[in-house]
Design a protein around this ligand. Structure first.
Ligand SMILES: Cc1cc2nc3c(=O)[nH]c(=O)nc-3n(C[C@H](O)[C@H](O)[C@H](O)COP(=O)(O)O)c2cc1C
Length: 334
């Protein structure tokens, strides 16, 4: 086994299990929920460095976080060194525990501008940016990358070396190239090779859907820590299970908690829109979930949504969730 991430050891213990950043999903409410369920560190969705520097209200809302989530990182993306450095300073000033830089986003609009995974194409330029960021920050700096731009340039080992030399505190690797998008499987053998050589901790990421898979990746030395994204939507109790508790039988209390957190942090309208998505994911794999999902999309009020959700989950209380193995959310910003 490789050692865990210990930079927050004194306040929060060692870190093995992260919630992965997901745009439109890992907002403050879901991150708090996952922290309460056992995720040991959380990261915001990607936030535009340009937007932060301009001080846009929407961008500010995207980076809202609570001290109770700690350790929490804010992820920024962009293509201009000065904006990224300035945005990182803003994030630090707001009191986040760490700054994470997105070098994994495969989305055309982002990479065409030179942001996200486009940075992986030139490790020297990337290194200069990292040095500037490191020099500007007192708090930990992490990065999240793909294994490379495409099959013929899988340079993640070099990126890890550069990151280590520039004082990056850890690196999360989504085990696919930018060109792969979300197709195929994450290359965990490459993650393992790189982790074994790395001077800084590596957080492995990609396709972890069960607590057993997460624990196996750690036990067998694939990485110092792992990051779980889509698996936490399908199985919101995945982090509890990692720690030896399953709350599946009590899914309704998880859902009530999610409603309360979303209402508290987002207000009724935004909470309603976001909860509709989550409830649909939570219901997948239970009997009659497609009829239930259609009824969700006919509601127009958060209290009614809560009421029909309670009815549905009470009606299937004796069933265990079955993973249909269907591809799920095959697109995102990292
Ligand atoms: C809907 C969606 C949104 C995502 N948004 C981000 C993001 O904002 N920043 C990022 O670094 N990765 C983002 N990702 C990538 C995930 O963090 C993760 O690397 C990827 O989903 C693979 O891990 P998983 O199989 O555990 O989901 C996103 C993924 C999805 C599915």
């Amino acid at each position: 086994m490789l050692p865990p991430i210990d930079i927050f050891q004194a306040r929060h213990g060692a870190i093995r299990y992260f919630l992965a950043p997901m745009a439109g999903i890992t907002d403050v409410a879901f991150r708090l929920l996952m922290r309460e369920m056992g995720a040991q560190a959380v990261v915001s969705e990607l936030v535009s460095a340009e937007g932060l520097v301009r001080g846009g209200q929407k961008t500010r809302e995207l980076m809202a976080f609570s001290a109770e989530e700690s350790p929490v990182g804010i992820q920024i993306f962009g293509h201009k060194v000065e904006s990224l450095v300035e945005a990182a300073r803003i994030v630090q000033g707001e009191g986040a525990d760490f700054v994470d830089i997105n070098f994994g986003c495969p989305v055309k609009k982002v990479v065409c501008d030179g942001g996200g995974a486009a940075w992986l194409r030139d490790p020297v330029v990337l290194g200069k940016l990292l040095q500037d960021l490191r020099g500007a920050l007192r708090i930990p700096l992490s990065i999240k990358v793909r294994t490379g731009w495409d099959e013929s340039s899988r340079n993640v080992a070099e990126i890890v070396r550069v990151a280590g030399d520039c004082g990056v505190n850890w690196i999360a690797i989504h085990g696919r190239t930018r060109a792969q998008g979300y197709s195929g499987l994450a290359d965990w053998e490459l993650i393992r090779e790189v982790s074994q050589e790395a001077k800084i901790p590596v957080v492995g990421n990609g396709d972890i859907l069960t607590a057993a898979q997460a624990k196996r990746r750690i036990k067998e030395g694939y990485a110092h820590a792992v990051m779980i994204g889509r698996g936490a939507l399908k199985t919101p109790w995945i982090f509890s299970e990692i720690h030896g508790h399953s709350v599946e039988r009590d899914i309704l209390s998880v859902i009530h908690r999610h409603f309360d957190l979303a209402l508290n942090w987002k207000g009724r309208t935004r909470a309603f829109l976001s909860l509709k998505k989550f409830i649909g994911w939570y219901a997948a794999g239970y009997p009659h979930s497609s009829q239930f999902r259609s009824s969700i999309f006919q509601t127009d009020d958060v209290d009614h949504l809560r009421a029909i959700t309670v009815d549905y989950f009470q009606s299937i209380a004796e069933y265990t969730k079955i993973d249909d193995g269907q591809p799920f959310l095959m697109g995102g910003h990292g």
